[in-house]
Ligand binder design. Structure first.
Ligand SMILES: *Cc1c(COP(=O)(O)O)cnc(C)c1O
Length: 243
């Protein structure tokens, strides 16, 4: 049973798209250059099917154990693109390499090597965004900005990985101008890598609460969970993290 109704979900998606186009217009962006990745963690297959019926095809998941059954059931929809956006555990890299088309949360060379070696030969290279900890929060995943060039060079050696861009989860700020700062820092890093010759086309930043700041600062892919599916459900697979 879906938790949402089709019309609730439709309304949510319409609202997200309106916010997207409004912000794009306000900040001189072309809204067609900004993709919507629906973060479907804690949501069941029925809700994802409703989202597909509303025209969404890109889905993001944080936990491999939670995602795999959904990916298997929804394999009947060949156009779905699955993005892994959660912390990467070494014992899960094979399943990630085999089942996802994208990884947004790469921040370790050890994991990069494993994903490269484990990406099946019959599949195209795994699309990669490097996760960057722009706000330099000690408890957060992601590499630091000053490590980025070396890290990008190192993973570019792996033929089974295709470096597409950068991802961040910035600290939340009530104040819009403060919210823009970490997004701007990631955009600058993205431009710097492009100037060094890296062919990047994806800036994965912006969630439900900071999507406008991310649009103002050049995002190309918003990762939206609650804005689309409503408040997150307790995951049946993962204990809530202690705060
Ligand atoms: C959950 C999650 C999102 C979506 O967050 P919302 O605030 O629900 O839009 C985006 N990115 C990552 C990495 C997440 O874990």
């Amino acid at each position: 049973m879906p938790v949402l109704t089709q019309s609730q979900l439709h309304d949510n998606i319409t609202q997200v798209r309106q916010t997207l186009s409004r912000a794009a217009q306000q900040f001189g962006r072309n809204s067609h250059e900004i993709q919507l990745l629906a973060v479907s963690k804690t949501r069941g297959v029925a809700d994802i099917q409703l989202a597909i019926a509303c025209g969404l095809l890109q889905f993001g998941e944080n936990y491999v154990q939670e995602a795999l059954p959904k990916i298997q059931v929804l394999a009947t929809f060949p156009d779905i693109v699955w993005h892994f956006i959660g912390p990467i555990q070494s014992n899960k890299t094979r399943l990630i390499a085999e089942n996802f088309q994208w990884v947004h949360s790469l921040d370790s060379l050890k994991q990069a090597k494993r994903l490269h070696e484990q990406r099946p030969a019959h599949l195209p290279p795994l699309n990669i965004c490097i996760q960057v900890n722009v706000s330099q929060e000690p408890q957060k995943s992601g590499i630091l900005l000053n490590e980025l060039v070396t890290f990008a060079q190192a993973i570019s050696r792996y033929s089974r990985l295709q470096l597409r861009g950068l991802m961040t989860i910035p600290a939340y700020h009530e104040e819009f101008s403060l919210q823009r700062q970490p997004c701007h820092a990631l955009y600058q890093a993205y431009q710097q890598l492009q100037m060094l010759g890296f062919q990047l086309d994806t800036l994965s930043m912006g969630m439900t609460d900071d999507m406008e700041a991310a649009i103002a600062e050049g995002t190309t892919m918003l990762r939206i969970g609650t804005g689309i599916f409503g408040e997150r459900l307790p995951s049946p697979f993962v204990k809530p993290e202690k705060v």
